[in-house]
Write a protein that binds this ligand. Structure first.
Ligand SMILES: [Zn+2]
Length: 284
């Protein structure tokens, strides 16, 4: 008697039973993962955090309810000085609330001395201080609302390519006077260098001459995520314009409080400032 054919028959029989079982298991696992909350275990201060939740979930972070995309994506920002853990409250449809925690890892914030800026921009006289306050109000108002555009979920590109001459979060000292932390990333490039939209969005502010920030453009990338481009010498967009990733929005300059030509690129999640470099590094 030759046992081989019989073994083969048994193996085929087992496969006929096991393969559908395996398929069912995989299908079940896929369904289970779609019902899970996926968020990074830890992030750095200044990070923009992307998470996945079951579609139709109610989600909140620090008391603000977050909009959920059709794909179940939510996004929120971690401030420069945030500490401990970030808590995301997620209530999937028909389920109890889950609290997902994301550990916030601290960073070093070096002191950066900036000398040679015009003295009147460091300690402005009262009439200038009023103008600055007025302009700041305009910027705050432009950032208060955010649309349902999906630019925030794109892989951001550099608006200009060049040396990073100022990093996000560094403690700035202007002409020896302590100022606030650097709110964005500076890239040293020549005046006239075209600035590209790092992701698609809607232009919500386009001012050619603001006192501190000079030529200023704000883009809303949706879901609370925004970019600002400062010290521009020329603006190529107006409020209400839709821009696609890579579209030219203006040209680099040295307008406002600047010691030389560079692009200041800041990013925000509503009023929380986040680090563009971390957004660029996402998925690298
Ligand atoms: Zn800057």
């Amino acid at each position: 008697m030759n046992p081989k054919p019989s073994t083969n028959r048994m193996a085929r029989g087992a496969a006929m039973v096991l393969l559908p079982l395996l398929w069912l298991t995989l299908a079940w696992a896929k369904q289970a993962s779609a019902a899970e909350v996926v968020a990074p275990a830890h992030v750095q201060q200044g990070a923009l955090v992307y998470a996945r939740v079951p579609s139709g979930s109610r989600v909140s972070y620090e008391g603000r309810s977050l909009n959920v995309t059709d794909y179940g994506t939510v996004v929120f920002g971690i401030g420069r000085d945030a500490k401990g853990v970030a808590r995301l409250h997620v209530t999937p449809p028909g389920q109890a609330e889950q609290v997902v925690t994301v550990e916030i890892r601290p960073r070093d914030w070096p002191i950066e001395r900036v000398n040679g800026v015009p003295p009147k921009t460091v300690s402005p006289p009262p009439d200038i201080a009023r103008r600055i306050a007025r302009e700041q109000k305009k910027v705050t108002a432009a950032r208060a609302d955010s649309n349902q555009g999906l630019g925030f979920a794109e892989h951001f590109i550099w608006p200009v390519r060049g040396r990073i001459s100022g990093r996000f979060g560094n403690q700035r000292v202007y002409n020896g006077t302590p100022g606030s932390a650097h709110s964005g990333m500076d890239i040293a490039v020549r005046t006239g260098t075209p600035v590209k939209a790092p992701a698609s969005g809607t232009v919500v502010l386009a001012e050619p001459d603001m006192y501190l920030t000079g030529g200023t453009v704000l883009i809303d990338h949706g879901y609370g995520v925004g970019s600002n481009f400062l010290h521009l010498s020329k603006l190529d967009v107006a409020v209400g314009d839709s821009v696609a990733q890579g579209d030219i929005i203006g040209e680099v300059g040295a307008t406002g409080r600047a010691t030389g030509p560079h692009l200041h690129w800041g990013m925000t999640w509503f009023s929380t400032r986040i680090d563009p470099l971390l957004v660029l590094q996402r998925g690298d």
